[in-house]
Design a protein around this ligand. Structure first.
Ligand code: ADP
Length: 456
């Protein structure tokens, strides 16, 4: 087992990984930018190294600075968290060259799956259903692309192959718009992701987002956990995640788990990862793989009663999976995660960094809070706006929802605006409680207008 792990990340996820290290008796090294000196991950780790200025490019994305910090402190492995370099196959290769274990999938697998269009090709090979669309990327309105798109049927969605975070998607409702939208999407993708590749797929009008957490070791064993439902989104960004999904039957769950495992094996995957699907009218369609730990992993930890970060570390160290499929797919409770962001609901959810004057965190049975912030902490403006995750668990869905509401009302963040009020409105909404909704839940229910009214 590793003796010391460097965590190439910041904020709540760095705190999360430090906790796993400590429970496993492994020393932890935090890295931080000049803008992050006050973050709790810095004081919590056994050692901390400043790796550069506040800008992510010069710090958390600075591969040489991270590797130097690892060598300086004698770390033998690197945990990348999520975002930043977590899905960067070049970085993972560079780690290996410098004698460090990258805690994540092998670079060949993340390279295959990193591009959405390439991931879809592997899914097709593994006989996993995908959203109907073009075979691979498209280069403008060349060849018979218009015919292909007509076969798929409008409306369609143009997506950036290198895309992420809900960015770089464009809806096309008629053939006349296709050319200009393809050009605009490619330019946007190039500017945002440094790669202009785009592909086209059918726009599902009322989908749910349902994803399967997998874990695979280096000895050919793979398991899939119960699904997470991440249908409640704002601008294609997840807001609330829950497990199990109120829309998935045991039969569909089993088929999705089998599909996810087939895909993982076809890609030569190891470590933890997530296979994302859209679900509509009883059918599921693969959209992409996230070849890393996800923000919403604690939902699965609650439901299955496992520690996914502990598992990642063990798999990276070469251990075999400690359990099989039957244990992995156990559903021990219902769980919901609320992403609390420092954003101003009155200003179109603009990030609103600033000083947290006071902080009351919820507690009690079934309430887990993952955060790096505290009273007196100033949120830097350089990074994403996630300040805390509330993970609520109880024996059944109705009790979980009541507990969520109770916990959200206990949470008090003084000095800045947050999305906690929106979460309370979601949980209290009869449509959410009934469980019958799609990715347009927020717009269809007019919740944002209600939130404005509450604030006025
Ligand atoms: P990203 O990597 O940018 O998050 P995803 O491919 O994971 O992009 O999709 C994010 C969200 O966009 C999905 O959860 C869903 O709400 C929406 N979406 C993606 N593809 C489609 C589609 N073909 N039809 C309808 N909605 C889609």
């Amino acid at each position: 087992m590793f003796k010391k792990i460097l965590i190439a990340n910041r904020s709540e996820i760095a705190v999360r990984v430090i906790r796993a290290c400590r429970e496993m008796g492994i020393a932890s090294v935090a890295v931080y930018s000049e803008g992050d000196r006050e973050s709790r991950h810095v004081s919590m780790a056994d050692e901390a190294v400043c790796i550069g200025p506040a800008s992510s490019k010069l710090s958390y994305l600075n591969q040489e600075a991270l590797l130097t910090a690892a060598n300086m402190t004698g770390a033998d492995a690197i945990h990348p968290g999520y975002g930043f370099l977590s899905e960067n196959a070049d970085f993972s290769e560079l780690c290996a060259e410098r004698g460090l274990v990258f805690i994540g999938p092998p670079p060949q697998a993340s390279r295959k799956l990193g591009f959405k269009s390439a991931g879809k090709a592997i899914a097709l090979q593994a006989q996993v259903p995908v959203v109907p669309g073009t075979k691979g990327d498209v280069a403008g309105v060349a060849g018979d692309i218009l015919n292909t798109v007509s076969e798929i049927g409008y409306p369609v969605l143009i997506k950036a192959s290198a895309g992420g975070g809900g960015k770089g998607m464009r809806i096309v409702r008629a053939p006349g718009e296709l050319k200009s939208q393809l050009e605009a999407a490619a330019n946007e993708a190039k500017a945002s992701f440094g790669d202009g590749s785009v592909f086209i797929e059918k726009l599902l009008e009322r989908p749910r987002h349902v994803e399967i957490q997998i874990a695979a070791d280096k000895h050919g064993n793979a398991v899939a956990f119960a699904e997470r439902d991440c249908t409640v989104q704002r601008r294609h960004q997840k807001l609330v995640e829950e497990s199990p999904s109120p829309a998935i039957t045991p039969e569909v769950r089993r088929r999705m788990q089998e599909a996810a495992i087939r895909l993982a094996k076809a890609a030569g995957y190891s470590n933890v990862g997530t296979v994302e699907f859209l679900f509509q009218d009883g059918k599921f369609y693969f959209i992409e793989v996230n070849a890393r730990l996800q923000v919403e992993h604690p939902v699965t930890e609650a439901v299955a009663g496992v520690d996914l970060v502990d598992l990642m570390i063990r798999i990276a160290a070469g251990e075999a999976l400690p359990f099989g499929q039957e244990r992995a797919s156990e559903i021990r409770c219902h769980a919901i995660e609320h992403r609390i962001n420092a954003e101003d609901p009155d200003k179109d959810f603009m990030p609103c960094p600033g000083r947290i004057e006071s902080l009351d965190l919820p507690g009690g049975a079934g309430v887990r809070v993952d955060t790096h912030v505290y009273a007196g902490y100033t949120i830097p403006s350089h990074y994403d706006s996630l300040i805390a995750k509330l993970i609520i668990a109880a024996g059944d869905r109705p009790t979980t929802l009541r507990r969520s509401l109770r916990a959200l009302l206990e949470l008090k963040v003084g000095g800045i605006k947050t999305t906690a009020g929106l979460h309370a409105l979601v949980v209290a909404h009869p449509v959410f409680q009934k469980g019958d909704f799609d990715t347009h839940f927020i717009e269809k229910t007019g919740l944002l207008a209600r939130l404005e009214a509450v604030h006025a």
